[in-house]
Design a protein around this ligand. Structure first.
Ligand code: B16
Ligand code: MG
Length: 222
Protein backbone atom coordinates (compact mmCIF):
# COMPACT_ATOMS: atom_id res chain seq x y z
CA UNK A 1 0.00 0.00 0.00
CA UNK A 2 1.33 3.41 -1.00
CA UNK A 3 1.65 5.26 2.32
CA UNK A 4 1.63 8.71 0.80
CA UNK A 5 -1.26 10.87 2.05
CA UNK A 6 -2.48 13.27 -0.62
CA UNK A 7 -5.92 14.42 0.52
CA UNK A 8 -8.00 15.21 3.59
CA UNK A 9 -11.79 14.79 3.31
CA UNK A 10 -13.94 16.59 5.86
CA UNK A 11 -17.43 15.82 7.05
CA UNK A 12 -19.43 19.02 7.62
CA UNK A 13 -21.82 18.63 10.54
CA UNK A 14 -19.79 17.98 13.71
CA UNK A 15 -16.37 18.58 12.12
CA UNK A 16 -16.52 22.00 10.44
CA UNK A 17 -19.64 23.36 12.15
CA UNK A 18 -22.32 22.21 14.59
CA UNK A 19 -25.53 21.97 12.59
CA UNK A 20 -26.63 18.86 14.55
CA UNK A 21 -28.46 21.04 17.10
CA UNK A 22 -30.56 22.59 14.30
CA UNK A 23 -31.31 19.18 12.76
CA UNK A 24 -32.39 18.01 16.25
CA UNK A 25 -34.55 21.09 16.83
CA UNK A 26 -36.34 20.66 13.49
CA UNK A 27 -36.84 16.87 13.77
CA UNK A 28 -38.05 17.27 17.34
CA UNK A 29 -40.58 19.90 16.27
CA UNK A 30 -41.89 17.43 13.69
CA UNK A 31 -42.03 14.57 16.23
CA UNK A 32 -43.83 16.80 18.76
CA UNK A 33 -46.43 17.72 16.14
CA UNK A 34 -46.97 13.99 15.59
CA UNK A 35 -47.42 13.54 19.36
CA UNK A 36 -44.13 12.07 20.57
CA UNK A 37 -40.62 13.13 21.56
CA UNK A 38 -37.09 11.74 21.32
CA UNK A 39 -33.92 12.35 23.26
CA UNK A 40 -30.57 13.91 22.41
CA UNK A 41 -29.02 10.45 22.86
CA UNK A 42 -31.37 9.05 20.21
CA UNK A 43 -30.49 12.04 18.03
CA UNK A 44 -26.86 10.83 18.05
CA UNK A 45 -28.00 7.94 15.85
CA UNK A 46 -29.07 10.43 13.16
CA UNK A 47 -25.63 11.97 12.72
CA UNK A 48 -24.30 11.43 9.22
CA UNK A 49 -27.55 9.71 8.23
CA UNK A 50 -29.54 11.07 5.25
CA UNK A 51 -32.78 13.02 5.66
CA UNK A 52 -34.96 10.16 4.37
CA UNK A 53 -33.29 7.55 6.60
CA UNK A 54 -33.43 9.88 9.61
CA UNK A 55 -37.19 10.22 9.10
CA UNK A 56 -37.61 6.43 8.95
CA UNK A 57 -35.77 6.01 12.27
CA UNK A 58 -37.74 8.79 14.00
CA UNK A 59 -41.11 7.43 12.84
CA UNK A 60 -40.04 4.01 14.14
CA UNK A 61 -39.16 5.51 17.56
CA UNK A 62 -42.62 7.13 17.67
CA UNK A 63 -44.30 3.90 16.55
CA UNK A 64 -45.92 5.77 13.67
CA UNK A 65 -46.70 4.52 10.17
CA UNK A 66 -47.35 7.04 7.39
CA UNK A 67 -47.84 6.84 3.62
CA UNK A 68 -44.94 7.43 1.21
CA UNK A 69 -46.57 10.78 0.24
CA UNK A 70 -46.69 11.85 3.90
CA UNK A 71 -43.03 10.89 4.32
CA UNK A 72 -42.11 13.26 1.50
CA UNK A 73 -44.26 16.01 3.04
CA UNK A 74 -42.80 15.49 6.55
CA UNK A 75 -39.20 15.51 5.29
CA UNK A 76 -39.89 18.70 3.32
CA UNK A 77 -41.49 20.37 6.34
CA UNK A 78 -38.54 19.46 8.56
CA UNK A 79 -36.18 20.84 5.94
CA UNK A 80 -38.09 24.16 5.77
CA UNK A 81 -37.72 24.55 9.55
CA UNK A 82 -34.05 23.55 9.36
CA UNK A 83 -33.42 26.14 6.62
CA UNK A 84 -35.05 28.81 8.83
CA UNK A 85 -32.78 27.84 11.75
CA UNK A 86 -29.57 27.91 9.70
CA UNK A 87 -30.25 31.08 7.73
CA UNK A 88 -28.19 33.25 10.07
CA UNK A 89 -25.08 31.06 10.10
CA UNK A 90 -21.86 33.13 9.85
CA UNK A 91 -18.10 32.40 9.94
CA UNK A 92 -18.48 32.69 13.73
CA UNK A 93 -20.24 29.30 13.60
CA UNK A 94 -17.12 27.46 12.47
CA UNK A 95 -16.01 24.90 15.09
CA UNK A 96 -12.76 25.79 16.92
CA UNK A 97 -9.69 25.35 14.74
CA UNK A 98 -11.60 24.45 11.57
CA UNK A 99 -10.51 27.42 9.45
CA UNK A 100 -6.86 27.31 10.61
CA UNK A 101 -6.65 23.57 10.01
CA UNK A 102 -8.04 23.91 6.48
CA UNK A 103 -5.52 26.68 5.78
CA UNK A 104 -2.65 24.60 7.19
CA UNK A 105 -3.75 21.63 5.09
CA UNK A 106 -3.61 23.64 1.90
CA UNK A 107 -0.26 25.13 2.87
CA UNK A 108 1.04 21.57 3.30
CA UNK A 109 -0.01 20.85 -0.31
CA UNK A 110 -2.65 18.37 0.75
CA UNK A 111 -5.85 18.48 -1.31
CA UNK A 112 -9.15 19.09 0.46
CA UNK A 113 -12.69 17.85 -0.07
CA UNK A 114 -15.98 18.18 1.75
CA UNK A 115 -17.85 14.87 2.13
CA UNK A 116 -21.26 15.56 3.65
CA UNK A 117 -24.56 13.68 3.64
CA UNK A 118 -26.39 17.00 3.74
CA UNK A 119 -28.20 18.32 0.67
CA UNK A 120 -27.73 21.77 2.24
CA UNK A 121 -23.96 21.46 2.64
CA UNK A 122 -22.88 23.89 -0.10
CA UNK A 123 -24.96 26.91 1.04
CA UNK A 124 -23.73 26.20 4.59
CA UNK A 125 -20.01 26.29 3.67
CA UNK A 126 -20.72 29.48 1.74
CA UNK A 127 -22.28 31.11 4.82
CA UNK A 128 -19.30 29.90 6.87
CA UNK A 129 -16.96 31.65 4.41
CA UNK A 130 -14.81 28.55 3.75
CA UNK A 131 -16.07 27.29 0.39
CA UNK A 132 -12.83 28.44 -1.30
CA UNK A 133 -10.78 26.27 1.08
CA UNK A 134 -12.18 23.06 -0.47
CA UNK A 135 -10.87 21.79 -3.81
CA UNK A 136 -13.93 19.58 -4.19
CA UNK A 137 -17.39 19.60 -2.57
CA UNK A 138 -19.50 16.43 -2.40
CA UNK A 139 -22.92 16.80 -0.77
CA UNK A 140 -26.05 14.69 -0.36
CA UNK A 141 -27.23 15.65 -3.84
CA UNK A 142 -24.06 14.37 -5.52
CA UNK A 143 -23.92 11.27 -3.29
CA UNK A 144 -27.45 10.08 -2.50
CA UNK A 145 -26.34 6.82 -0.83
CA UNK A 146 -26.36 7.34 2.93
CA UNK A 147 -23.24 6.76 5.07
CA UNK A 148 -22.04 4.04 5.91
CA UNK A 149 -22.11 3.59 2.14
CA UNK A 150 -18.68 4.87 0.97
CA UNK A 151 -20.11 6.72 -2.08
CA UNK A 152 -19.62 10.28 -0.74
CA UNK A 153 -15.93 9.71 0.06
CA UNK A 154 -15.14 7.66 -3.06
CA UNK A 155 -16.60 10.43 -5.22
CA UNK A 156 -14.46 12.95 -3.34
CA UNK A 157 -11.30 10.93 -3.96
CA UNK A 158 -12.17 10.42 -7.64
CA UNK A 159 -12.75 14.15 -8.19
CA UNK A 160 -9.50 14.97 -6.36
CA UNK A 161 -7.79 12.37 -8.57
CA UNK A 162 -6.27 10.48 -5.64
CA UNK A 163 -6.58 6.86 -4.57
CA UNK A 164 -8.77 6.02 -1.54
CA UNK A 165 -5.81 4.80 0.52
CA UNK A 166 -4.17 8.22 0.04
CA UNK A 167 -7.08 9.95 1.83
CA UNK A 168 -7.74 10.76 5.48
CA UNK A 169 -11.40 11.30 6.44
CA UNK A 170 -12.37 13.49 9.42
CA UNK A 171 -15.72 12.37 10.84
CA UNK A 172 -17.84 12.81 13.97
CA UNK A 173 -20.33 9.98 13.37
CA UNK A 174 -20.11 6.20 13.57
CA UNK A 175 -21.87 5.91 10.20
CA UNK A 176 -19.29 8.29 8.69
CA UNK A 177 -16.25 6.48 10.13
CA UNK A 178 -17.69 3.22 8.81
CA UNK A 179 -18.26 4.83 5.38
CA UNK A 180 -14.60 5.93 5.29
CA UNK A 181 -13.42 2.45 6.32
CA UNK A 182 -15.67 0.93 3.64
CA UNK A 183 -13.90 3.26 1.18
CA UNK A 184 -10.49 1.94 2.39
CA UNK A 185 -9.48 5.36 3.71
CA UNK A 186 -7.67 6.44 6.88
CA UNK A 187 -9.92 7.89 9.59
CA UNK A 188 -9.78 10.56 12.29
CA UNK A 189 -12.68 10.54 14.77
CA UNK A 190 -13.67 14.05 15.87
CA UNK A 191 -15.63 15.09 18.96
CA UNK A 192 -16.38 13.81 22.43
CA UNK A 193 -19.60 11.98 21.50
CA UNK A 194 -17.69 9.48 19.38
CA UNK A 195 -15.97 6.52 21.09
CA UNK A 196 -12.21 7.16 21.01
CA UNK A 197 -11.29 3.82 19.47
CA UNK A 198 -13.45 3.81 16.34
CA UNK A 199 -11.08 5.77 14.06
CA UNK A 200 -7.34 5.35 13.44
CA UNK A 201 -6.87 8.44 15.60
CA UNK A 202 -9.16 10.65 17.71
CA UNK A 203 -9.32 14.35 18.62
CA UNK A 204 -11.91 16.51 20.39
CA UNK A 205 -11.83 19.00 17.52
CA UNK A 206 -9.52 20.20 14.74
CA UNK A 207 -8.17 22.86 17.12
CA UNK A 208 -4.93 21.30 18.31
CA UNK A 209 -4.17 19.21 15.24
CA UNK A 210 -1.64 19.86 12.50
CA UNK A 211 -1.54 18.03 9.16
CA UNK A 212 1.77 16.38 10.08
CA UNK A 213 0.45 15.08 13.44
CA UNK A 214 -2.55 13.60 11.62
CA UNK A 215 -0.43 11.90 8.97
CA UNK A 216 2.00 10.46 11.53
CA UNK A 217 -0.82 9.13 13.72
CA UNK A 218 -2.98 7.56 10.98
CA UNK A 219 0.01 5.87 9.35
CA UNK A 220 0.86 4.20 12.68
CA UNK A 221 -2.39 2.29 12.24
CA UNK A 222 -1.97 1.19 8.61
P1 B16 B 1 -29.97 17.41 5.06
P2 B16 B 1 -22.93 15.44 7.68
C1 B16 B 1 -25.59 15.11 7.88
O1 B16 B 1 -24.49 15.95 7.72
C2 B16 B 1 -26.14 15.27 9.30
O2 B16 B 1 -25.20 14.80 10.25
C3 B16 B 1 -27.40 14.45 9.46
O3 B16 B 1 -27.93 14.61 10.74
C4 B16 B 1 -28.41 14.91 8.37
O4 B16 B 1 -29.61 14.14 8.46
C5 B16 B 1 -27.78 14.75 7.01
O5 B16 B 1 -26.59 15.52 6.95
C6 B16 B 1 -28.72 15.20 5.89
O6 B16 B 1 -28.92 16.58 5.98
O7 B16 B 1 -31.34 17.13 5.61
O8 B16 B 1 -29.52 18.84 5.24
O9 B16 B 1 -29.82 16.90 3.64
O10 B16 B 1 -22.58 15.07 9.10
O11 B16 B 1 -22.83 14.27 6.71
O12 B16 B 1 -22.21 16.67 7.20
MG1 MG C 1 -21.14 14.69 10.79
Amino acid sequence: MNQEIKAFIFDLDGVITDTARYHYKAWRRMANELGFDFTEEENEQLKGVSRAESLEKILQWGGITVSPEDKIRLAEKKNQWYLEYIQDITPGDLLPGARDFLLATREADIRTALGSASKNAIPIVEKLGVRHLFDVLIDGNAAPKSKPDPQVFLLGAAQLKVRPEQCVVFEDSLAGIQAAKNANMHTVGIGYMLPKDVGDFHAGSLEFLTPSIVITEVLKHS
